[in-house]
Design a protein around this ligand. Sequence first.
Ligand SMILES: CC(C)=CCC/C(C)=C/CC/C(C)=C/COP(=O)(O)OP(=O)(O)O
Ligand SMILES: C=C(C)CCOP(=O)(O)OP(=O)(O)O
Ligand SMILES: [Mg+2]
Length: 260
Amino acid sequence: MGSNALAPLPHHVAIVMDGNGRWAQKRLLPRLAGHKKGVEALRRCVQLCGERGVRVLTVFAFSSENWRRPPEEVSGLMGLMLSALAREVSGLKAHGVRLHCVGERAPLAEKVRQGLEQAERETAGNDGLILNVCFNYGGRWDIAQAAERARQQSPHAPITEQALAAHTALAHVPDPDLLIRTGGERRISNFLLWQLAYAELYFSDTLWPDFDAADLDAALRDYAQRQRRFGKTGEQVTGQVKRQDQGQDARGAEPGELPC
Ligand SMILES: CC(C)=CCC/C(C)=C/CC/C(C)=C/COP(=O)(O)OP(=O)(O)O
Ligand SMILES: C=C(C)CCOP(=O)(O)OP(=O)(O)O
Ligand SMILES: [Mg+2]
């Protein structure tokens, strides 16, 4: 297999869609114009991931900290979420995409909550790509709410890694294999703190509205070259790869699971 190969593919790709504001500012446009272009880039990326064979795509659309932005940008993003859901849901249905909105819902306006719930209901029967849109999401919120739910479910049981993981907001999917952040910054910004424990990290200087097939494929190619060791030695992993020739999984685990 040559160095251009996209295999092995990540089962689950997570993306911090950063750079919308700078994309707009470079064109002397309001920041919201960048977010609108960002919706188009997201539509393109969903389609590309489906075509490439990625099974789960998780995107960061609004962080717990983004409330600190100017009120007009916050309300613009809320309105954009609502209009994007209404406009995109038929396309998602047509492509078999199942949408999950992930994050703290209580602080959202009632109409936004209803929009999220309706889009989830309408795509619930789909069995293609799983699209998790993290909206009013923070990794610290996720860990805290998971611990609280674990405690409520079993007040006297210890909070183990397994018990906590079962209550995190992405418990319905394996952990991300690949995290892409666009826009040039090299940080996590409170995204998926629990779930990224063993993700491969990929940083792209492309601003999110410009993120296209070539950028995605570059990330997938880069991922395909990584050696994932999950704490083992390189020799152990290479040994497992040899056994794969005899029909076994290279890591001895499902994507996103720690091979214990
Ligand atoms: C709500 C919705 C439908 C989501 C899809 C559109 C989308 C891509 C939203 C991401 C919003 C966001 C805060 C991006 C970060 O770029 P930034 O504003 O931080 O850009 P900058 O770093 O260049 O300022
Ligand atoms: C992409 C989203 C939704 C949040 C992270 O980007 P930010 O632009 O908010 O991150 P920081 O620069 O503040 O770390
Ligand atoms: Mg930013």
